[in-house]
Design a protein around this ligand. Sequence first.
Ligand code: ADP
Ligand code: ZN
Length: 225
Amino acid sequence: MSAAKKPPVLILLGPPGAGKGTQARMLEEKFGLVQLSTGDLLRGAVAAGTEAGKAAKAVMEAGQLVSDDIVVAVLKDRLADGDTQHGVILDGFPRTTAQAEALDGMLAARGQKINAAISLEVEDEAMVERISGRYTCAACGEGYHDSFKKPAVAGVCDKCGGTEFERRADDTAETVRSRLETYHEQTAPLIAFYAGRGVLKEVEAMGGIAEIAARLAGIAEQAGA
Ligand code: ADP
Ligand code: ZN
C-alpha cells in the first residue's frame, strides 16, 4: 500500500445490478474506506419517514431518479460524518451531470478530489436476472443471490448468523427495465465526463465476484488506499 497524501475518493459507476454495492463492501473491508450509497441513504429516509423519504418513495418504486436537490442534500449530510475522513467509495452517486458538478464542489471544499471513477462494464440482459434473484441479510446487509451467492447454510447469514432476509421493493423485473433505461439516459454520460478528466477506469464486470474484487483492489491501491 502506498502512502496517500489525501484520503482517496473512489466512484463506482454502472447500471443497476452491476455489483456496485457488493464491490463497495469488499473495498470497505479491505481498505477501511467508507461506502456511501445514496440508494441506502434514500431507503433509510423512506423507512424513517423523513421529508426527503416521502418525496423519494414513489420515484424510487418507479425506477426513476430522485431529484438532484434531495440526493445532493442527503449525500452532503452523510459526507459530513467523521468516519468519512479516511476515504470513501461512492456507490450510486453521482447519477447525473448536475450531481457530478455538485460533488466536485463538495470535495473541493474539503481539499479533496476524485482519484478514480470505476465503470463496471456489464451486459444489460444479465442484469434483470441478477437483480430479480438478489436479497440481503436484514441484520447486517450482506448481499446474497438465489442462484449466484447462496449462504453456506440455507437461511443463515454467513457473516452474522442472522436468519431474516429482505428483498428491495424496486427489485422487480419491470422496475429493473425502467432503472436500466434511466441509467443509459442520465448516468452513462458520466463515463465520458470522467474520461475527460482522466480518472476513468473501465472494468470488465461480468465475471465472478472475487475476480472483479481483485481488479478493483488493484485500482484502489493505485489510488492510494
Ligand atoms: P441500483 O444501483 O441497484 O439501481 P440504488 O440502491 O443505488 O440501486 O438506487 C435505488 C434507487 O434510489 C434508484 O433507482 C433511484 O430512484 C434512487 N437513487 C439512488 N441514488 C440516486 C442518485 N444519485 N440520484 C437520484 N436517484 C438516486
Ligand atoms: Zn448478516
